[in-house]
Structure formats: C-alpha cells, structure tokens
Design a binder for this molecule. Structure first.
Ligand SMILES: *Cc1c(COP(=O)(O)O)cnc(C)c1O
Length: 234
C-alpha cells in the first residue's frame, strides 16, 4: 500500500468512527447512514484508493468528470451518485452509470430525466433538492413546492423519488445549520405516507465534511463527504 492509499484509508476509518458515534448518540443504527465519498477533488487513482479502502458509494457533481471516473474505474463496480446541478443536455450520458441523482431541482429536469430514462429503459431513483438555507445562489425547490412537485413527478413512469436532499447555508452558524437539517427532516416526515411504486420517501441526503454529525443527529440517511476523506493527500 502506498503512503497516499494508507492516508486515505485512515481518513475513511476516522470518518466511519465519527459516523458511528454520531448515529449512536442520536439513538440510531449506524447502518442507517450511508457515506457517499465525494471524489470531485481528486483524480481517478485517488478515487480508486477510496473505493479499495471500503467506500463503495462514490459521488461526483460534474457529468464530464463522472464519466471520466466511471470509465477509468470501470472494473471496480462502484455505486455512482450524481450530486451536482444537472443540465438537461447532460442527462442522457450519465443515466446508464448512476444509481441515484441527488439533485433534481426543477420539474423540467425531472421531465427530461423521465423521457431519457424511458428511451433507455433505465428507470432512475432521485432525490428532490430543497433549498433549506434560503441562499439565493443555491439550487433547489422551496419547501412549500415539494407536495405539488411530487404529485407531478408521480405521473412520470421512469423517475422515482425516494427522498430529499439539502445543503446548509454557507454562512450559517452550527445552530442555524441544525435548524435547516431539522426542517428538511420534518418536510420528509410531513410527506408520509406518500409512496411511489410501493416505495416510500425515506432518504435524507444532508451533511458534508463540515456538518455531517449535525445532519446525522437530525436523521440523515446519506452524508456526502469529500474533503475530510482526502485530507493530507491534496
Ligand atoms: C463537494 C460537495 C460535497 C462534499 O463537500 P465536502 O465539504 O468536501 O465534504 C457534498 N455535496 C455536494 C453537492 C458537493 O458539491
């Protein structure tokens, strides 16, 4: 094992310990929190090291970079997550490679995804991105739009919404961040018992390197973690 691979494995080990601790402190099963290793800062080699260290769910926020890594790491059978703003003209290329789109942020995008997914006969799971911070620069639906958006998406045959995604405000204090995550959880809870194809809306993708413990305390089922996994190797 190279020095770099060892460093990444150590980082992952520490993150998993923190995830377990945060889950236990919240009275939750640590298994109920999935870590998505965000590889956008690194080349395919380092992303491969993260996979070999045991992180098999990888996330990218740019279609082109996702495709490069999928190609370079094809033999690894990683589970790829798309976590960034998605332009409609990029949907077709990424669809065959991703298991979850975290960032459905408009109905037009959902309709494009549905059309291309039907053409390719590849039904896709997705999360609705919600603007929980009020930051104007952020993408995502407003919380009050979500029930109507879900009704519209339920008419689409090849997009299945399994949860919600949100990002804390850049300038928010820890207390504000926790409040934002809390409201996303409450929004998800308020949608029960909505089901699509028998699948309920359960996932909560929230929390990054700087705030994943707060997110887990508030019920995150997926945390998207990048920079702390590559500390000391960038
Ligand atoms: C980059 C990114 C992350 C990871 O951020 P870190 O702070 O590096 O952990 C998570 N989610 C999204 C949408 C991102 O773009």
């Amino acid at each position: 094992m190279t020095e770099t691979a060892r460093k990444i494995a150590d980082n992952l080990h520490r993150v998993m310990e923190r995830v377990e601790k945060a889950a236990s402190a919240a009275g939750r099963d640590p298994e109920s929190v999935k870590v998505i290793g965000v590889t956008k800062y690194v080349d395919p080699d380092l992303a491969g090291m993260l996979f070999h260290a045991g992180c098999h769910r990888l996330g990218e926020n740019r279609p082109q970079v996702l495709l490069e890594k999928v190609t370079a790491l094809a033999e690894l059978k990683a589970e790829w997550h798309f976590i960034g703003h998605l332009q409609r003209n990029k949907v077709k290329k990424i669809l065959p490679h991703v298991s979850l789109i975290h960032s459905l942020d408009s109905l037009r995008l959902a309709e494009s995804v549905n059309r291309l997914a039907s053409e390719q006969a590849l039904p896709i799971d997705a999360l609705l991105e919600v603007n929980i911070s009020g930051d104007e620069a952020k993408h995502g639906f407003l919380p009050q739009q979500i029930p109507g958006v879900l009704t519209a998406i339920h008419k689409l045959s090849h997009v299945r919404v399994t949860g919600l995604m949100g990002m804390a405000g850049l300038k928010s204090t820890a207390k504000e961040v926790r409040g934002q995550f809390c409201r996303l959880r409450e929004l998800r809870d308020s949608l029960q018992p909505t089901v699509q194809d028998g699948v309920p809306i359960t996932e909560l993708s929230m929390g990054m390197s700087g705030d994943f413990e707060l997110a887990i305390a508030e019920g995150a089922t997926m945390v998207r973690i990048g920079s702390v996994l590559f500390e000391g190797v960038l």
